[in-house]
Design a binder for this molecule. Structure first.
Ligand code: ZN
Ligand code: ZN
Length: 348
């Protein structure tokens, strides 16, 4: 079969023929319908990732059709249209027992430890099947839409801590797919005012189709902080979500947050320099609650697929580009240029 194989280091993904997967007991073979590109995939393409042992097929936001089920203890059958949760938790550690599989110390994941979706076929590991982490997709939901359940699940994991509701003014820093999802979910939850900020005017322009309340460009002179403070009749933001990987945004978030606000550091900083300069007195005097979020729990994934299927979110609009597997490397050029929101690879 054809696959996009990460061979280690920067700019080293090659489209090549690889042997067809052979199933072991308990595994499921899936013909990939869509594998959407995540920010993590772009980062791995551009900079490499030492945590991934090459050769490895990336792609953890996916959906497809079951081709074969190998003696699995599952009700999933050949022909089912499915998507799956990508984390394989150990199931026995203290975090797993508390339902926090995303925080499991020895978790493995599809596309890091198992081959992912940027191929014609992929194998769902026995652990995923045994844990009932494979979900059928309703008939009216396309593969590319169903594949959005993964990033949406990570957003729901964070939103669960923020308790957004009526009267809340929300600022989201970062107008990528995650920032847009955070903005849209905040609206569904009842936020009266959602303001999306980004350094790129192009990304803000693309996001205008989602009819948020305000779009503000992040500038070095800090004028975006003043603009945030002027929102909500001067009551300043109740919630600020950092959906990018810039340390300065974390500092900005605290500066613009109102008294008693909730601030979420959603995006991790680069591992080479994970330090930010923060005025922690703001946390103290303004009684700001700061949270962080990583990955998603199984219930977030289940809820995300429900939301995607419900039509509550304009999921179709989020996918701006589609490429066949052969042209996948072109996709990595479109993303940094700020021309795309979500790019979907459709290998078959
Ligand atoms: Zn992702
Ligand atoms: Zn565990």
């Amino acid at each position: 079969m054809k696959a996009a194989v990460y061979l280690g280091g920067p700019k080293n993904i090659k489209i090549q023929e690889v042997p067809d997967p052979v199933l072991l007991d308990g595994e499921i073979l899936v013909k990939v319908g869509a594998g959407n590109i995540c920010g993590v995939d772009s980062r791995t393409y551009n900079h490499g990732d030492k945590k991934i042992e090459p050769p490895r097929i990336l792609g953890h936001e996916f959906a497809g059709t079951v081709v074969e089920v190998a003696n699995g203890d599952t009700d999933i059958k050949e022909g089912d249209r499915i998507t799956s949760y990508v984390v394989l938790p150990c199931g026995t550690c203290v975090y797993c027992k508390r339902g926090r599989a995303n925080l499991c110390d020895t978790r493995t994941t599809i596309s890091y430890h198992y081959d992912g979706a940027f191929a014609q076929y992929m194998v769902l590991p026995k652990g995923t099947v045994d844990n009932r982490h494979v979900f059928r997709i309703p008939e009216h939901v396309s593969f590319e839409e169903a594949a959005l359940s993964e990033p949406l699940a990570t957003v729901l994991n964070a939103q669960g801590k923020l308790n957004i509701g009526i009267k809340d003014t929300v600022v989201v820093l970062g107008a990528g797919p995650i920032g847009i999802l955070h903005s849209l979910v905040s609206k569904i939850e009842g936020a009266t005012h959602v303001c999306l900020m980004d350094v790129s005017p192009g990304r803000l322009k693309l996001a205008e189709q989602f009819d948020l309340d305000r779009y503000v460009q992040v500038k070095e002179d800090g004028s975006h902080i003043e603009q945030a403070k002027a929102l909500n009749d001067g009551l300043v933001p109740d919630v600020v979500i950092v959906a990018n990987t810039a340390a300065t945004s974390q500092g900005d978030a605290l500066e613009m947050a109102g008294k008693g606000a909730r601030v979420e550091f959603f995006g991790g900083l680069p591992k080479s320099n994970p330090y930010a300069t923060l005025n922690t007195n703001l946390i103290h005097y303004r009684e700001i609650i700061v949270s962080g979020s990583f990955s998603s729990r199984i219930e977030d994934f289940r809820n995300a697929l429900k939301v995607v299927s419900s039509g509550l979110l304009p999921v179709k609009q989020l996918i701006t580009h589609r490429f066949p597997l052969d042209a996948m490397l072109k996709a990595f050029e479109v993303i940094p240029a700020g021309e795309a929101i979500k790019v979907s690879i459709q290998p078959n």
